[in-house]
Design a protein around this ligand. Structure first.
Ligand code: FAD
Length: 317
């Protein structure tokens, strides 16, 4: 399997196209997901990222007691990766998270990926359990992405958690998340930045950014990274705006700023169809500027829907 960093090297400065998808809600058919990916394959994404979703807790009253039942709403990350590789002959990049995993479970999970021939992972802390304001590490698990990253790096050196003899090494190319507009928990941008730098010093091979709608945030972020000696590829994450509601929902969830001009343009729209068109045009303009800035890859958060991304990719690639 080719590493993300190799794809970037082989492109020799040409900006590539890639997408992130989310597994379907448990019980839904995988067909709708595949039908949404299919139209995007003509733009030749070298890889598709697949998110990982930790468990949620369903509260039921049983014999007068509250029973908390762990349920995974969107299981199937590894199965979907295998299915994508098989069906589209594309590399799949699963997200690997700290939340809900002990270190031993993480080790086994990474072996599953290794045996499938997956050599790229995006290593993340993960979101808090739904309904909880703060992230709590699993007992015997990792608290930060940098801790999980070190486990992956050790496996790449053939070091397992409890075996004393040298194991056959894995060969993971490791991506991490970066936040041009700061991670919401970080007290300030510089502190957040120091932790990002630490992830790179510990062995991260590339960075994928949180979505942004104002390119200047990405440009400033990349410049700051370079000034601080962070020289790995920084892949911008893009999401085409699709509904008026997202103007307020996305800033709340992802802690980002919506540019004034975008807010004004959306404000003039009568329907969500009009908003979608504004979102597509805005994103096309973002893509053009990012290509001019030599962004290595334009990475689309599709939310497993292809319509807007296809129109944007058709205008750009
Ligand atoms: P970290 O790098 O661990 O940082 C988390 C916070 O802790 C930051 O505020 C940082 O500044 C601080 N910090 C870092 N290290 C330390 C330290 N040693 N001591 C003190 N503070 C520290 N979530 C999912 O659940 N599943 C997914 O599939 C998923 N995919 C994502 C993909 C991308 C590209 C992005 C940007 C996010 C994704 N997320 C996903 C969300 C992500 O898990 C959350 O944003 C999470 O809150 C932080 O993850 P992280 O890996 O950036 O954490």
């Amino acid at each position: 399997m080719t590493k993300i960093t190799q794809y970037i090297e082989q492109a020799k400065g040409k900006t590539l196209f890639s997408i992130e998808i989310i597994p379907p809600v448990k019980g839904e058919s995988i067909q709708s997901l595949m039908s949404n990916i299919e139209p995007l394959m003509e733009f030749k994404p070298p890889f598709i990222e697949v998110t990982y979703h930790r468990e949620e807790f369903l509260e039921k009253i049983v014999n007068g007691q509250i029973d908390r039942i762990p349920i995974r709403k969107r299981p199937g990350t590894v199965g979907i990766c295998a299915s994508l590789m098989n069906r589209f002959n594309v590399d799949a990049v699963p997200h690997v998270i700290c939340g809900g995993f002990t270190k031993e479970e993480t080790e086994d999970f990474l072996f599953d990926l290794h045996y499938l021939g997956i050599d790229n992972v995006l290593v993340l802390r993960g979101d808090p359990v739904k309904g909880n304001p703060a992230f709590t590490p699993e007992k015997g698990g990792h608290a930060y992405a940098s801790d999980l990253l070190q486990q992956v790096v050790r496996m790449n050196h053939g070091e397992l958690l409890h075996e004393e003899t040298q194991a056959s090494p894995t060969n993971f190319c490791i991506g991490v998340a970066g936040y041009p507009e700061k991670h919401f928990e970080a007290p300030n941008l510089n502190t957040d930045f120091a932790y990002l730098k630490k992830k790179v010093e510990l062995g991260a091979d590339y960075i994928v950014t949180q979505m942004f709608f104002d390119n200047q945030k990405y440009f400033d972020f990349v410049k700051k990274c370079r000034a601080e000696g962070i020289n790995v590829p920084i892949i911008p994450g893009l999401k085409p705006l699709a509904t008026k509601k997202q103007l307020t929902v996305l800033p709340r969830i992802f802690h980002l700023d919506m540019p004034e001009d975008l807010v004004k343009a959306v404000g003039q729209c009568q329907t969500d169809k009009d908003v979608k068109q504004v979102g597509i045009e805005w994103c096309i303009q973002q893509c053009k500027e990012l290509i001019a800035f030599d962004a290595p890859i334009l990475h689309f958060y599709t939310m497993s829907k292809s319509e807007s991304t296809k129109k944007i990719a058709a205008a750009i690639f």
